[in-house]
Design a protein around this ligand. Structure first.
Ligand SMILES: NC(=O)c1ccc[n+]([C@@H]2O[C@H](COP(=O)([O-])OP(=O)(O)OC[C@H]3O[C@@H](n4cnc5c(N)ncnc54)[C@H](OP(=O)(O)O)[C@@H]3O)[C@@H](O)[C@H]2O)c1
Length: 247
């Protein structure tokens, strides 16, 4: 029997890796897009395969989203044997991201545009290009946004502007694409994906009501929930330990 197929961008490491791994464990075939994290993605696929009698539940799709031919990437997903075998695509997760604080003085238009390409243009093109495949499965699109809206975040104009454009685009698409395709967002708070972030997030965590950072698996659980909640669309789930209610 074919498995439902999910395509995730930036799915080879950190939060994306946790989503890829959990979805494979939960019975999905995951098309894991990476730019550089090929070895990390292969390790996820191999670990899952080893634990499941050699059955492969993922495949790596490589592309640098800043330079790739997105039309060609879309065609690869549309024509992927697993997508054809299952009659479409159950989920598209727009997770790939760039995050680099830059002061206003140093912020170039090129850097500004880069954030909009990764966070807005590519998710738009993928949603549009894969719409028929997602519709065929009554599937959904998920965007990874953040909790920055409405506030000034130092040196992050390019990042917050583009992430909030993604947030609004996803809400709008939920309105445009119903009832065939659901569209939702996950807004992570402070998620510790690497040891160096413990110190980085220390002052933030003092304010988080749940008293701890989030973990990548907290985001993966939300992604699974949204993929499988067929009466939820146009929503943003803050997975932030309550941070937004006290800010
Ligand atoms: N971590 C947090 O605390 C936090 C907080 C709020 C929101 N979020 C959001 O949650 C999502 C996951 O967070 P994260 O910290 O795990 O993300 P991340 O590590 O910053 O980025 C995820 C992936 O994006 C890919 N990527 C970057 N530039 C690319 C390009 N030009 N072409 C193709 N892929 C590219 C990278 O793939 P390769 O490794 O393969 O190069 C990277 O692994 C992001 O959308 C982020 O904005 C995270």
């Amino acid at each position: 029997m074919s498995k439902p197929v999910v395509f995730i961008t930036g799915g080879g490491r950190r939060i994306g890796a946790a989503i890829s791994s959990m979805l494979m464990d939960e019975g999905y075939f995951v098309l894991i897009h990476v730019r550089n994290s090929v070895e990390e993605a292969q390790a996820i696929i191999d670990a899952h395969s080893k634990a499941n009698g050699g059955e492969t539940s993922g495949e790596i799709i490589t592309a640098d989203l800043l330079n790739a031919d997105i039309g060609e990437l879309i065609a690869r997903i549309q024509n992927h044997p697993k997508v054809i075998a299952d009659g479409g695509l159950f989920g598209l997760i727009n997770n790939a991201s760039v995050y680099q604080p830059i002061s206003f003085d140093d912020l170039t238009f090129e850097e500004f545009k880069k954030n909009f390409i990764i966070h807005v243009e590519v998710p738009f093109l993928l949603t549009k290009g894969l719409y028929e495949q997602i519709k065929a499965k009554s599937g959904s699109v998920i965007g990874l946004v953040d909790t920055s809206q409405g506030r000034a975040w130092k040196d992050l104009t390019h990042y917050t502007a583009s992430k909030n454009a993604l947030r609004q685009m996803m809400i709008n698409l939920a309105g445009d694409l119903h009832p065939h395709v659901r569209v939702n967002c996950i807004a992570p708070g402070a998620i510790i994906s690497a040891a160096w972030e413990i110190e980085h997030f220390a002052s933030v965590l003092e304010k988080v009501p749940m008293g701890r950072s989030g973990e990548p698996k907290d985001i993966a659980s939300a992604a699974k929930f949204l993929l499988e909640s067929d009466h939820i669309s146009g929503q943003i789930i803050n997975v932030d330990g309550g941070w937004t209610i006290v800010e």
